[in-house]
Design a protein around this ligand. Structure first.
Ligand code: ATR
Length: 284
């Protein structure tokens, strides 16, 4: 029941109407006896600062930040943890007695999702498709957690090369390299393939970022950050070749679990978060 002690957790983005986070969080809060509500707010880019000032004034416990505000929110915070600074994007903010600290739980959530499925990338080669915001969070996580070689392949190759340089500079070393997406056939078979492009996302479900002749045999894990549809064309092809398929619901779930851990210091079970996303209320 909502009462005078109920704590508000917010999401800001633009747009936010299709976000799955409110229902996932609210189901989790109910089942974990957290006296909180999670509300989504569509905030225009020019109002991000005002929104954060308002959250300070209201002394809310925390908020999530989604596209397109993950960079823009940073100047309004008091502190940023190291991973979020390296990535240059924040998706979770906690308010500790008026001090707002930003985190990137997309990145930590991605690593938790691998751990949960027993996928160990240490020393192993990864082929990452895409060079946008999602790719940056994933590539940073992989480089910081000891992946062998991370090849970032993008339709616009300059962006892949720039992202690889950025991450190499931050983490020290040369674990990342950039490549044109059209050239990935010549890259030796990776342990894990990650799709961080939007190719294949609803409604473009017939689209696949892989060249038609790309050989998936030998790839152990295919991770598509897309969750709508749950099985992209890329994941269907990967499954046919015996790869372990992982879809974007995992990253969505684990970034939320990580955020709830930061705000409320509790550990949520994966299954509960999944049921929240699927809007399943009646379970024990
Ligand atoms: P996000 O924040 O989700 O990462 P983004 O920053 O807009 O979104 O990045 C989208 C990524 O998907 C980019 O790497 C983009 O490639 P370009 O840099 O060449 O634009 C990639 N992308 C989008 N549509 C694609 C398609 N049809 N085929 C291949 N890559 C595509």
């Amino acid at each position: 029941m909502i009462d005078a002690s109920t704590r508000l957790i917010a999401l800001i983005g633009h747009p936010v109407e299709h976000s799955l986070s409110p229902r996932m969080h609210n189901v989790i809060y109910r089942h974990m006896d957290i006296n909180g509500v999670y509300m989504a707010f569509d905030v225009l880019p020019e109002n991000v600062g005002q929104a954060v000032h308002g959250f300070r004034a209201l002394q809310i416990r925390g908020f999530n930040v989604t596209v397109p505000h993950k960079q823009a929110v940073m100047p309004y915070l008091d502190a940023t943890d190291r991973t979020a600074s390296v990535i240059g994007a924040v998706n979770t903010v906690v308010n500790d007695s008026g001090v707002l600290t930003g985190y990137n739980t997309d990145s930590s959530g991605f690593m938790r999702s691998l751990e949960y499925r027993g996928i160990d990338v240490r020393g192993r080669d990864v082929l990452l498709l895409g060079a946008g915001g999602a790719a940056r969070a994933v590539a940073t996580a992989l480089a910081m957690h000891g992946a062998g070689r991370v090849t970032i392949a993008n339709r616009t190759p300059d962006k892949a090369a720039a992202l690889a340089d950025d991450i190499n500079n931050y983490v020290g070393g040369s674990v990342c390299s950039g490549a044109p997406l059209s050239d990935i056939g010549s890259i030796s078979c990776p342990y894990m393939l990650v799709n961080a492009t939007s190719a294949g996302m609803w409604p473009h479900v017939e689209s696949c970022p892989l060249p038609a002749d790309y050989d998936l045999s030998g790839v152990a894990v295919a991770y598509d950050l897309i969750y709508n549809p749950e099985r992209t064309l890329l994941l269907k092809k990967a499954e046919e070749h015996g790869c372990m398929p992982v879809n974007g619901l995992d990253m969505l779930i684990w970034q939320a679990i990580e955020a709830i851990g930061i705000w409320f210091d509790i550990e949520v079970k994966y299954e509960l978060a999944l049921k929240g996303i699927k809007n399943i209320e009646n379970f024990s």
